[in-house]
Design a protein around this ligand. Structure first.
Ligand SMILES: [Zn+2]
Length: 243
């Protein structure tokens, strides 16, 4: 193995790390958008539920109003008839009917009042929740507008480095490339690390002496036994780290 393999890996990792940062940023922006959309959808369920309450209260109100109208018509009719009755017994019966109707009507009026109060409260709640829903919708749209350009720019930056990345990666033997890419993905964007004074700088664990010797000789590619990152060594770093 010659040094150029390590140089190639280090160069490749620089590009991959930049693109990984960009990808993570895009994902973060997309997650915020998805979270806002989920929040909005949940709020819409609340809006629909309160809207159903408002609809049902409205139906009850219209039914009661119709009943009251009918009772009023009947009362008017019975009072008219009353003037034409000459018989005491019939008069008494008609009067009882009128009293019964009045009582019924006054009960329905009370019910209507309760329904009207309920309706006001439900309508107030509906208005508030609709405003909350609109606010989340606005926030989502503002976020989308704000970040659209950013996501596009990041995507272009990633694309711009792609050709160079492939050129560099193409210099590696397929098995080394595969190994690097697997570790890069498993180790969150750090696959190639320096060994300084026999310590892996990826995980700060000691590299076994025999392996450390071989890494210093640069004959074969070695992976840290603790974190599996590909290790390389430079005499300058070792000397710089001495006291
Ligand atoms: Zn390690």
């Amino acid at each position: 193995m010659d040094d150029s393999v390590i140089d190639t890996l280090v160069n490749l990792q620089e590009i991959d790390r930049r693109n990984r940062e960009r990808t993570l940023k895009i994902e973060e922006l997309q997650k915020t958008a998805a979270d806002l959309e989920a929040e909005r959808t949940a709020k819409l369920v609340e809006v629909d539920s309160i809207q159903a309450d408002a609809d049902s209260t409205g139906i009850q109100r219209r039914e009661l109003e119709a009943i009251l109208q009918d009772e009023e018509n009947r009362l008017k009719d019975r009072r008219m008839r009353l003037t034409r009755i000459r018989n005491d017994k019939e008069l008494e019966a008609a009067q009882r009917e009128i009293d019964g109707l009045k009582e019924l009507s006054s009960r329905h009026e009370e019910e209507l009042l309760t329904i009207l109060e309920q309706g006001e409260s439900v309508d107030g709640g509906l208005k508030a929740i609709q405003e909350e829903h609109q606010a989340i919708l606005d926030r989502g749209q503002a976020h989308a507008t704000e970040t659209k350009g950013q996501v596009e720019a990041l995507g272009k930056e990633i694309e711009a480095e792609q050709a160079e990345r492939e050129r560099i990666a193409g210099q590696l033997k397929p098995n080394i490339r595969k190994r690097y890419e697997t570790v890069f993905s498993n180790r969150r964007g750090l696959a190639v690390v320096e060994m300084i004074r026999d310590i892996c700088k990826g995980c700060n664990m000691a590299v076994p002496p025999q392996m450390a010797n071989e890494i210093r000789k640069g004959q074969t590619l070695h992976a840290c036994p603790s974190c599996q990152r590909i290790l390389f060594w430079r005499i300058d770093s070792d000397e710089a780290s001495v006291g």
